[in-house]
Design a protein. Structure first.
Length: 220
């Protein structure tokens, strides 16, 4: 065998060894990733199918705002207003969180929502979509709730907030196979003046539902 052939043979052997080593390395990496996923699975409350733009700041499980009760079906999406003009989504989320502290909740109030839409259109998720929220009694068991911030006493949503509410609502309807007919107000559940502006102005409420319908039809 010529020296050239020997060099070629050695080169092929070396490349063969490199290929085997690379294959073994990739196999080890994949196996390690698989074992880690078994040991440290993604928490169920972090993969509930909520829109990616919603910032998850989930409430601590407690009897006053996040009981952990399973939400097994969704028939309607319910719109609320926070009734505290000028407050942020984060502040309202923290209010729900603090209900678990007896010093902050001497009357044992139970309240929460799945989502809060803020004054600038930001969206915070407080409760996983696999669990009920304390917002729509007596229909907590079959509804998803959206609390909405507002700049003044009228309860009318700002433009940024309104757009975010329409988008979030449409995305939730799409997730559950519902239509704009399944978008209701807290008022429609309990008779409470909530969301105030959209109870007092029926035309504005119907426009919101129409905008949700258009969003669904466009498939955005």
């Amino acid at each position: 065998m010529s020296s050239k052939s020997k060099r070629k043979e050695k080169q092929e052997v070396r490349w063969g060894r490199v290929a085997i080593a690379a294959g073994l390395f990739i196999g080890v990496v994949l196996l390690t990733a698989f074992l880690l996923s078994l040991l440290f699975p993604e928490p169920e409350d972090l993969k509930d199918g909520a829109p990616e733009y919603a910032e998850k700041i989930l409430l601590t499980k407690n009897e006053y705002s996040r009981p952990g009760t399973a939400l097994t079906k969704v028939n309607d999406v319910v719109i609320h207003y926070v009734a505290n003009p000028g407050t942020s989504a984060k502040a309202n989320r923290n209010y729900f969180e603090n209900l678990r502290q007896s010093a902050d909740n001497p009357d044992g109030v139970k309240a929460s929502a799945h989502f809060i839409v803020g004054l600038d259109g930001e969206v915070i998720q407080c409760i996983p979509l696999t669990e009920i929220a304390y917002a729509n009694y007596p229909r907590n068991e079959d509804t998803v709730s959206i609390e909405v911030c507002h700049p003044d006493e009228s309860g009318k949503f700002s433009e940024d907030t309104y757009r975010a509410v329409v988008t979030l609502t449409a995305d939730l309807l799409k997730k559950y196979g519902l239509t704009e007919e399944n978008v209701i107000r807290h008022y429609d559940v309990s008779g409470k003046l909530c969301p105030k502006y959209y109870v007092e102005h029926e035309d504005a409420w119907q426009k919101l539902r129409e905008d949700v319908r258009e969003k669904l039809l466009r498939g955005e």
